[in-house]
Design a protein around this ligand. Sequence first.
Ligand SMILES: Nc1ncnc2c1ncn2[C@@H]1O[C@H](COP(=O)(O)OP(=O)(O)O)[C@@H](O)[C@H]1O
Ligand SMILES: [Mg+2]
Length: 203
Amino acid sequence: MVLIGEGLQYKVYAEGDWVRKEPKSREEMIEMATNWYDSRAKAEENVDMAIERRSRSLERIQEKDLPSFIFGNIRIDDGTVYQDRLVPVHNKLESLSDLEEKKQIIDDYVDLLETLWSYGIGDTIYNFTLNNGYDDEGRMVQLDFGEVVFDKKKVLEAIEEKRWENKRSLNEDISRSLRKYAVDSMEEKLTKEKVEKLWRENC
Ligand SMILES: Nc1ncnc2c1ncn2[C@@H]1O[C@H](COP(=O)(O)OP(=O)(O)O)[C@@H](O)[C@H]1O
Ligand SMILES: [Mg+2]
């Protein structure tokens, strides 16, 4: 098994057309989080919240009656998660040179957020270059399931703050021209009114 990626919560190993996501220990997570926060106490606090979100979101996603491709057909065995192997957005972007094709990625991500809202799920991290990917049918997938939220209020707050504007995906991972397209279309399409219209609590 080859390590192909990691985030705060999981180490990701690939095997053929699927991946194994091994939950990181609290210590491993703190080690990563200390790079982002100015004190160890702050890092620990955030890691403890991330550990809670990790187990709660897996439980909630499994309860929901949604098309399983949306989270890459996850299968869970004793804390370890198996998922289809996807093409992460940052890899997809590297393979494209045409701006119009890259704009389609932004459109696909916005469409996916709307679909998630309709199942009472929000991605308020907005790091789609790292946390989203394409499956072999060309569908955009939420590959990072560990940080999604199930609380409409949190989604509305994130929209109010236009939280995507400060995120790594928009500021470090894409060109200025694509950033402009993304900022404009996210501001236009990610609205509180749309959340209110699409959000379904119990499904
Ligand atoms: N199903 C997958 N297929 C291919 N690469 C993946 C897959 N899941 C994760 N990765 C890679 O591993 C990285 C970390 O995965 P992620 O699910 O975001 O972990 P974390 O929840 O710890 O942030 C991703 O940014 C991506 O590069
Ligand atoms: Mg991630």
